[in-house]
Write a protein that binds this ligand. Sequence first.
Ligand SMILES: Cc1ncc(COP(=O)(O)O)c(C=O)c1O
Length: 418
Amino acid sequence: MTPSFTKRESSPSPGRQPAPEAKLVDAVPLLDLHRQYLQIRSEVLAAIESVCASQHYILGAEVEGLERELAEFCGARDAVGCGSGTDALWLALAAAGVQPGDQVLTTPFSFFASASAIVRAGARPMFADIDPRTFNLDPTQVECCLRRSPHDKLRVLLPVHLYGQCADMDRLQHLAGEFHLSVIEDAAQAIGARWGSEPDKARSAGSMGISAAFSFYPTKNLSAYGDAGLVTTNNAEMAAHMRRLRNHGSPRRYVHEEFGWNSRLDAIQAAILRVKLKYVEEWNDARRQRAATYDQLFAGAGLTATEKTTAAERTESAAPIQLPQTSAQAHHVFHQYIVRAYRRDELREFLTARKIGTEIYYPIPLHLQPCFVYLGYLEGDFPEAERAAKEVLALPMFPELTEEEQCRVVESIADFYC
Ligand SMILES: Cc1ncc(COP(=O)(O)O)c(C=O)c1O
């Protein structure tokens, strides 16, 4: 197969070094943070130096600056920095008034923290199946679940914007309104993602629920150099409550009105995130461009179905790879580029042998995790989440990924199926 491609033009923003030319090597990493670091190294080191010069390492001006900038970026009134995305979910649930014995409805197909934070807030997770096209919580399944039986203890609907694509917030918010549920977005993977059919009126991830949790884990589209997280909200009272909760429930020094915990954000992480926030839209655009390149390369290689392919024709030999699908209303930021693949595990081994990085997000749906046995779910309860867990494969995706590397990934997959 000889896929054709044109050279991508990019003009780096002022203050940033051009992306280093990737060597024509045969290894293709799933993610290479080094290439990003080389572009922003001097700015990042200056930001760290400035924090060291101030000797103010926790909360303070850098954290407040980041909170202001991120609230504005997401179109939210307030933002509260904290120690991780997991803590951000926990803060959001606690500030929403979730109590022991309450229930929270979420997706069974996500990172563990989407459900473990519910348990940590004292509540019981409930699941509804996913939409097989987007991997996000399926509003039709949510509706079935809500109408099937009364759920007096259900307080919160917690959709996850998985892989960088927003869940169907129009339909989910409509259902939440009807059933008197608060919506908390798990936006850990979706900084910069938007939802809405008219681009001018699209709403940003982080502005749609009563609050939203972000993670800045080093692999995320906006990432710290350690653990960090943040909650956005349009509710000033909730923001103030979360500020207390992240600091031992303390409104002022040595006064504790309730039990919180220590989840204060480091000034160094905030300073690094402020440097990177300036570039995140550009990086997200680059991810979208690379996703489009993959789509073209897979179609050109005849590895995937076209719109005209019928379900019966979707066999391994006709269409071994199913490409990620984007809802018409979604501005997808491709935190991950996820395909469904026939003989996924064998393909992964083959690519590993060729030094091509891949990952499975996520191999075990949450309702089948050993620690959730007490919830009483069984295999077969959420067939789409279970099927996704068997079929999904994340391919190399990051803003500096080159077309040569993408060609090598697609050529190798073609070699596996030929
Ligand atoms: C969907 C989702 N929710 C929550 C989290 C938790 O974030 P953190 O790792 O920063 O605690 C992650 C991180 O991987 C995530 O992907």
